[in-house]
Ligand binder design. Structure first.
Ligand code: FES
Length: 816
């Protein structure tokens, strides 16, 4: 009979009480007894394959594997008898017969589990004939160094790859030739690997290690510090391992916690030789290195000269979304108090994000879903490319799938989501909103059976009208969307007893699509923690909230453009932003910047925009200062300085400038939390704590999406998100299929146009035209073309709808 309550057992003479389902290895760990193990990894399903964790149970004739065997009441376990030690020694000696003898030069020396047990058990290294497997190493990529000769076939990497990664590795071959490999044993960079590096974290030997970590320090030489990742709005916790102040490797707080490729490998910029370490001032048309005092004087004098000559409105500031709330607040105070201007802007590409987050706050207040809500959901509705913009979301979706969640995917790409979803609602990008409305309309019709109260729509006539329009549209739009799929999606999502989370990229869908998704959740009574808005910028939510003082965030997003085109701004301070690389129509920006009287750029690198500045100030990374972000779930995340700063630090730099502007109080504010920051990080600044249960108005004209021609959309890379200078130094571009000047077409469209892979084409949109190189992508629905949102071709031809699209395009093969 199965135990239902806690029970006692004895391990090595000590009694302990455990809950039913506890394994012997877990019970022993509770007593502080570490049973030797190689293939066991807490958090991963046990396979019991290495046999190192064998223990004896009194009354049983044979040893059992402690990592799989559940404890039972009253058993008496011996974990370290002479018989057991001899059996373990035998296992280790067999492994050693296939293992390289290079502990002296091995990077994992001191933390290798095989080395540890060989020593602890007194293993004889040459008890069996030594036959190294002689497998080729995989060192082609910049991130994961894979040497199968060190592999002990524990399978931990395979299990974690399937649990939360791409699921690209498995055991291949047979017998002595068995190894861990990708399909057809290709190198990782030719597989579908996400380079999340989770496999490195669980590898007990040196078979998998960080490529850039090799030869840079043994584990005992590394100093650990903790911070958060700043490469997307998820703001995951990270551990930095430093030697001599430089980051040698990065890990998650727990071995089986997920970090994406950016979080694990996206830190090369911190100590890159091109990083700015001293200020530059333009002299006789050339930027030359100067000391900090001279540069800060030049900044203050230059900005004051413009303001005094033309008035406060002649000065403005643009801020990036990767800086902390504290740095942002110091910058905004510098501009508002020190220079008396409210000309403050962010990238125009964030206008859509500002609108969507504003709408979301209107109806959901601060009660957005979290990543843990995704992992524990019964039903997930994922829209568009959300999981690519924030890969940790994909990891959480996979956790949910492992628990049997129902995944509904609405989108146009036959990739992982489509392949793992129980229901794929095929939809071109411009039709997604209509598909979501069709679901809502169908659910309301189910109301005739009494499941959903139709009166909820009373007073929301525009939403009602949109639903009626969507419902009258042909459900099958010719692209494969089937009525039965829509009905199945409604049946899953309409089951109100199931916990549902809707996931979309808040900066990757139109405002109308986001509103349709939010309304669908509200319609089914999901009024809390039902929406997870993926946000690409680490602190976009915090910056937008801070900018709301004095103006709406949408106005702030637009003011970056307006301040140079519609106002008389002649002096500009750009902090951690690069309009020439990341704003649409870069050449227009070059012309606008050239007309300025004075430009200050504070950045980590001499970006194309910084190269035009009168003064360039080195910027610090968020990990080099204490601070806080607001993550995509709307929660404040505080962090401490984790890496020694390069230069003066952002906060100190802004305080020094403020002091030179005669604003002494501002200098104090910059070093300590202001009331605004306190409100923000305590959650009091997040609007809508008393949430009105409203529907959002429908804001767009619906389309079925089966319009003729090809629509171009910005489609985020899983490696290289929108808008990030820092990642350019990490080498992700080599893995990026749509980067640079690439445009992806479906095979059907390419065939119809007679365009081959690699062909040079001219892409004409209503805004502009640009050259591009064709990549044929079998995952695309016909009629949709993709570009990376920050690729030059996207900036040029998506025009006013950058970074999303869709825009209609025409393609012609370029003459050679
Ligand atoms: Fe239990 Fe490997 S650790 S069998």
């Amino acid at each position: 009979m199965k135990e239902t309550g806690p029970f006692a057992l004895t391990i090595d003479g000590r009694e302990t009480t455990v809950a039913p389902g506890t394994t012997i290895i877990e019970a022993a760990a509770g007593l502080g007894i570490d049973i030797p193990h190689l293939c066991y990894c807490p958090g991963l399903k046990s396979t019991g394959s290495c046999r190192l964790c064998i223990v004896e149970i009194e009354g049983l004739r044979s040893p059992v594997v402690a990592c799989k065997r559940e404890a039972t009441p009253g058993i008496v376990v011996h974990t370290d008898s002479p018989t057991i030690r001899e059996a373990r020694r035998f296992v280790v000696e067999l492994l050693l017969s296939r293992h390289p003898r290079e502990c002296l030069t091995c990077d994992k020396n001191g933390v290798c589990q095989l080395q540890r047990y060989a020593y602890e058990l007194g293993a004889q290294a040459d008890r069996f004939p030594v036959e190294p497997p002689n497998h080729p190493v995989d060192d082609r990529n910049l991130f994961i160094f894979r040497d199968p000769n060190y592999c002990i076939l524990c399978g931990c990497c395979i299990r974690i790859c399937h649990l939360q990664g791409a699921g690209v590795i498995d055991f291949i071959n047979r017998g002595l030739k068995t190894k861990v490999g990708t399909p057809w044993d290709r190198p990782l960079d030719q597989s579908d690997c996400d380079f999340c590096g989770s496999c490195i974290e669980v590898c007990p030997t040196a078979a998998l290690i960080e490529q850039r970590r090799r030869g840079r320090g043994r584990e005992w030489e590394l100093h650990r510090s903790t911070s958060v990742c700043g490469h997307c709005g998820a703001v995951c916790a990270v551990n930095f391992y430093l030697k001599g102040g430089e980051v040698v490797r990065v890990g998650a707080p727990q071995r089986v916690d997920y970090l994406c490729a950016r979080g694990r490998f996206g830190w090369v910029h911190l100590s890159h030789p091109e990083r700015l370490t001293r200020p530059l001032v333009k002299k006789n048309g050339t930027l030359v290195g100067v000391n900090w005092g001279e540069a800060l004087d030049a900044v203050a004098n230059g900005l004051l000269a413009v303001r005094d000559k033309w008035g406060p409105d002649s000065v403005g500031g643009i801020i990036g979304t990767g800086v902390s709330n504290e740095v942002a607040q110091a910058f905004l105070s510098l501009m508002r108090i020190g220079l008396r201007t409210n000309n403050l802007g962010i990238s125009p590409g964030l206008k859509g994000l500002a609108d969507v987050l504003h709408d979301l706050d209107t109806v959901y207040g601060g009660k957005r879903a979290t990543l843990e809500d995704i992992a524990s959901a019964d039903v997930l509705l994922v829209i568009g490319d959300a999981v690519r913009r924030s890969p940790v979301v994909w990891a959480k979706v996979k956790r949910a799938l492992a628990n049997g969640t129902n995944l509904i995917y609405v989108g146009f790409y036959n990739g992982r989501l489509a392949k793992t979803a129980s229901i794929w609602l095929r939809s071109r990008p411009e039709a997604i909103e209509a598909v979501l409305h069709q679901m809502a309309a169908m659910l309301l019709r189910l109301d005739e059976g009494g499941r959903l109260p139709g009166r909820r729509l009373e007073g929301f006539s525009d939403y009602k009208t949109a639903l009626q329009r969507a419902f009258s549209m042909t459900i099958s739009d010719g692209e494969g969307l089937e009525a039965k799929d829509l009905a199945a999606a409604c049946a899953a999502f309409g089951d109100l007893s199931r916990k549902a989370v809707v996931i979309f990229a808040a900066d990757g869908v139109s405002r109308g699509t986001a509103a349709a998704a939010v309304n669908l959740a509200l319609l089914t009574g999901r009024t809390e923690r039902a929406i997870y808005p993926v946000v690409s910028g680490a602190n976009a939510t915090g910056i937008l909230t801070l900018l709301k003082t004095g103006k709406t965030s949408t106005e702030a997003a637009m003011s970056a453009v307006k301040m140079l085109t519609g106002t008389n701004v002649r002096g500009l301070y750009i902090l951690a932003e690069d309009p020439l690389s990341f704003f649409p129509d870069p050449e227009r920006w070059r012309g606008l910047i050239n007309e300025l009287e004075f430009l200050v750029v504070q950045d980590m690198f001499l970006t194309p925009t910084a190269a035009l500045a009168d003064v360039v100030l080195p910027a610090s990374s968020h990990v080099e200062e204490d601070g806080s972000f607001i993550n995509a779930a709307g929660h404040p995340v505080r962090f401490d300085q984790a890496v020694p700063p390069v230069g003066m630090g952002n906060l100190n730099t802004l305080a020094q400038i403020a002091a030179r502007l005669g604003s002494q109080a501002l200098g104090g504010e910059a070093h300590g939390p202001t009331a605004e920051i306190e409100r923000l990080v305590s959650g009091r600044a997040v609007p809508g704590t008393s949430k009105p249960a409203l529907f959002l108005p429908s804001v767009s004209n619906l389309t079925k999406g089966n319009t003729p021609g090809i629509s171009l959309v910005g489609y985020a890379s899983r490696f290289y998100p929108v808008h990030d200078t820092r990642l350019r130094f990490s080498g992700f571009a080599r893995l990026e299929p749509y980067g640079g000047d690439c445009i992806a077409l479906s095979p059907i469209d390419a065939g119809a146009l007679g365009i081959a892979e690699g062909a040079d084409v001219v892409v004409q949109s209503p805004y502009s035209k640009a050259s591009a190189r064709v990549k044929i992508d079998n995952g695309l629905l016909p009629g949709v073309a993709l570009v990376s949102p920050d690729a030059p071709v996207a900036l040029a031809i998506l025009g006013g709808s950058w970074p999303l699209g869709p825009v209609p395009i025409q393609l012609t093969v370029a003459r050679t």
